[in-house]
Design a protein around this ligand. Structure first.
Ligand code: ADP
Length: 226
């Protein structure tokens, strides 16, 4: 049933950008657009094509994760989560500046047995959300450190927050509190589903604390070894 639901959701999500591409290109083909409109329509086609690529990439990623769960082909090695978070924060500085959000990293070296690419995705998705669902002048604080024999990761923002009734559901595939805000910032509704999947595969625990209008804190606790 879940697979059926997912396929239906994916098809539905693909329809909107494809309808736009088809519509705009038909107008150009029929000579119904002047030069100025042609440029604008091409822009819309480009935007929709990029959206399709993002959706398809996230969908492929989820199905890869679903497959790797059973096949045990994932490589686990000693990784410094602090270093991963630091690189991620540096990578997201430009995007944060664009949103007028300050992003910073705190803590110390923290080694655990994990898959590098997957851990990068976790940190990236959490930080990206904390920036995108924030307000101008807001901040994002990322902390990684060893605590009591575990590795602690926290991404905290003082952005728009999530009201109680949505909190349980945001890790579901395609679930979005505000679809238009998600879409306009390049969201697919799959980021946290990917995060949850990876957290489970690493045997880690994730906890969400959020208040609408105040901000969101996501804490993850990893064991050092699997
Ligand atoms: P999306 O691609 O829409 O960002 P995600 O799976 O990453 O999808 O997140 C699901 C939804 O959870 C988002 O659409 C948003 O409504 C909400 N959300 C996620 N992170 C935050 C955050 N830091 N602050 C407020 N809302 C958030």
């Amino acid at each position: 049933r879940m697979r059926q639901e997912f396929t239906a959701n994916v098809s539905h999500e693909l329809k909107t950008p494809l309808t736009a591409i088809s519509g705009y290109s038909e107008l150009i083909q029929n000579g119904m657009a002047n030069q100025e409109e042609t440029i604008r329509f091409a822009g819309e086609i480009h935007k929709s094509a990029k959206r399709l690529l993002t959706l398809i990439n996230d969908t492929i990623r989820l199905s890869q994760l679903d497959a790797s769960e059973s096949e045990q082909e994932v490589v686990y090695e000693a990784i410094d989560l602090y270093k991963i978070a630091e690189d991620c924060v540096n990578m997201l500085k430009v995007s944060a500046e664009k949103h007028e959000v300050d992003i910073s990293i705190h803590g110390s070296n923290a080694y655990l047995e994990g898959n590098k690419e997957m851990l990068e995705e976790v940190v990236y998705n959490l930080c990206d959300n904390a920036i995108r669902y924030n307000n101008e002048g807001g901040k994002v604080e990322v902390t990684v450190k060893p605590v009591k024999g575990k590795i602690y990761l926290c991404v905290e923002d003082n952005g728009i927050g999530i009201s109680k009734e949505h909190q349980e559901r945001i890790f579901e595939r395609f679930y979005r509190v505000d679809k238009s805000r998600s879409k306009s910032t390049g969201g697919t509704g799959l980021g946290l589903a990917i995060v949850k999947h990876i957290i489970q595969q690493h045997g880690a625990k994730i906890e969400l604390t959020s208040e609408k209008g105040k901000g969101t804190k996501i804490e993850v606790e990893f064991s050092k070894s699997r």
